[in-house]
Design a binder for this molecule. Structure first.
Ligand code: HEC
Ligand code: HEC
Ligand code: HEC
Length: 105
């Protein structure tokens, strides 16, 4: 019985840390652009006070899974996807700051 309880607490600990380990600790690399890889840091966004639902909603990135939404600059410039915030108001403007997102290797 005691062993069982330990097993259960270890398992639930794993589940909790897996859930928390996702974006704050996670870095996603979008590497399809000729301008250079875009590194998306969950931690930077969390530290800037952005809530999960501000990005994970129907209009933006509905799934918590990489590669489900095709990101194009036309959309960003039009104020969609990353451009909802990267418009010079809430966060730095995409049009003037290519290299804060795109980094060539
Ligand atoms: C600033 C926007 C933003 C915020 C805030 C954000 N995410 Fe994400 N998240 C994304 C994007 C973009 C993706 C990739 C989606 C895609 O490629 O289709 C993603 C992907 C993920 C993934 C999948 C990672 C993988 O490797 O496939 C998980 C899990 C996730 N987010 C969970 C969360 C949780 C939990 C929070 C809140 C703590 C959160 N996200 C906050 C933008 C955000
Ligand atoms: C809900 C608002 C929001 C969305 C959506 C969002 N960001 Fe951000 N992002 C921020 C804020 C706020 C900061 C920190 C303030 C700043 O640097 O202007 C930030 C910072 C960053 C930084 C750090 C740059 C640096 O020089 O420190 C990168 C890179 C970045 N975002 C990329 C992205 C990408 C790529 C997407 C789309 C997948 C995205 N962001 C979507 C709000 C957002
Ligand atoms: C807020 C972050 C961010 C900024 C700033 C940004 N981009 Fe992007 N860009 C992305 C993301 C994310 C992708 C998708 C990459 C992928 O799918 O691998 C992308 C894709 C691209 C692509 C390929 C797809 C397309 O739309 O043609 C080009 C070219 C591009 N960016 C050029 C630029 C240029 C030029 C600038 C500056 C004027 C810029 N980007 C600024 C995030 C950004």
């Amino acid at each position: 019985m005691k062993k069982m309880l330990i097993l259960i607490s270890v398992l639930s600990f794993c589940v909790v840390t897996a859930a928390l380990a996702v974006p704050p600790g996670k870095i996603l690399a979008f590497d399809k652009s000729p301008m250079g890889t875009v590194t998306f840091s969950g931690k930077i966004h969390k530290d800037a006070g952005v809530k999960c639902m501000e990005c994970h909603n129907k209009e933006m990135f509905p799934k918590m899974k990489k590669g489900t939404v095709e990101i194009k600059m036309a959309k960003i410039y039009a104020g969609e996807l990353c451009g909802v915030c990267h418009n010079g108001k809430r966060a730095f403007e995409a049009k003037k700051n290519c290299n804060r997102c795109h980094v060539k290797k």
